[in-house]
Design a binder for this molecule. Structure first.
Ligand code: ADE
Ligand code: ZN
Length: 350
């Protein structure tokens, strides 16, 4: 794509612009979009009793100290998902919020092992999610695709078994990723699984450099051959790595609210999003697990731009444009979205 223009938009119109501009979301765990109200509704529908007395009590438990303290609650929340309809309802609720935030395209992570380990068939999970993607495109005009994530705290053997389960549904997902507890589970643990996925023509991404060191980002690039790094914020600790990510335009799917909620940064004004852009990296803004971290994609944009004075309309444009560049769609589709972005900025320009 050509170098972005530098659109001039008056500062007071920035929040409105951030909300209205078309954008793609590339880092959203669909299980992380389960709002407490929906957790309770699904528990009731499925005859399950939750270890929390109310929606408020559940929400009050969302005080995380690190990634693991979040994951423990996140996997417990996902345990209410049993039927195809549950997966459909969860994903449709997300797509409705995404459409309201002017998301034109979303690439959704899903964690099949979280469900198959509880006896929910892989087909049930992917049937519900696929139907939601089709419905969202038809009724909301938001395109969606699925990325199957392997849980890195489980074994290589378990990942291979999940891939076997998934192969009859090969056309229903566009790629694979790697998530869950990062520290102690470096990407190289899954090198052979990712090699097989690469042979199958799947897109490859991995969480790296969220809590883990820059060495994990190197490993995701060199051992897994990923096309995008999820989070990746710790790359700044290694200038040689930054130079490589910039030169190869490897996208980083950054999730600012997540990083603050999981104590990667103490406060938003210490987040490095602006620095990543200044270093020439293809950074994007995403919500990660919006039901747990205090907001969907537009809330991430609003809070980062509020906290970081270096961020203005030029950076807003870059972030939206990067999200299109980093997405796994055809160049022609990307060009159409860039045109919509330019039209939006023209409306807001001085
Ligand atoms: N699964 C859901 N959210 C995650 C995150 N932020 N990091 C790793 N695994 C996750
Ligand atoms: Zn994530």
């Amino acid at each position: 794509m050509n170098a972005p223009a530098t659109p001039a938009v008056p500062h007071h119109r920035l929040p409105e612009l951030l909300r209205a501009m078309p954008k793609a979301e590339l880092h959203i765990h669909i299980e992380g979009s389960l709002e407490p109200e929906l957790i309770f509704a699904l528990a009731q529908r499925n005859g399950l009793t939750l270890p929390y007395a109310s929606v408020e009590a559940l929400r009050a438990a969302y005080a995380f100290t690190d990634l693991q303290s979040f994951l423990d609650i996140y996997y417990a929340g996902a345990s209410v998902l049993l039927k195809e309809e549950d997966f459909f309802d969860m994903a449709m609720a997300y797509f409705e919020r995404a459409a309201a935030d002017h998301v034109v395209h979303a690439e959704l992570f899903f964690d099949p092992q979280t469900h198959t380990e509880r006896g929910v068939p892989f087909g049930t999970v992917i049937d519900g999610l696929t139907r939601a993607c089709e419905t969202a495109e038809r009724t909301l005009g938001v395109s969606g695709s699925l990325i199957l994530c392997f849980l890195r705290h489980l074994s290589e053997e378990a990942a291979f078994a999940t891939l076997e389960d998934a192969l009859p549904y090969r056309t229903r997902f566009i790629g694979v990723g790697l998530d869950s507890s990062e520290k102690g589970h470096p990407p190289e643990k899954f090198a052979r699984v990712f090699a097989r996925c690469r042979e199958l023509g799947l897109h490859l991404v991995a969480h790296a450099g969220e809590e883990g060191p820059p060495a994990y980002i190197w490993s995701a690039l060199d051992d897994l051959h990923v096309e995008r790094i999820d989070h990746g914020v710790r790359c700044v600790e290694d200038p040689v790595l930054v130079a490589r990510l910039a030169a190869e335009r490897v996208p980083l799917t950054v999730c600012p609210l997540s990083n603050v909620k999981l104590c990667v940064y103490p406060t938003m004004d210490q987040h490095n999003l602006a620095a990543l852009l200044d270093l020439g990296l293809c950074a994007t803004v995403n919500s990660d697990d919006p039901a747990y971290f205090g907001g969907y994609i537009n809330q991430n944009f609003i809070e980062t731009f509020d906290a970081l004075p270096q961020l203005g309309s030029e950076q807003a444009y870059k972030l939206a444009r990067n999200s299109f560049e980093a997405s796994f769609v055809d160049a022609g589709v990307k060009a159409g979205w860039v045109k919509r972005l330019d039209d939006c900025f023209a409306v807001f320009a001085d």
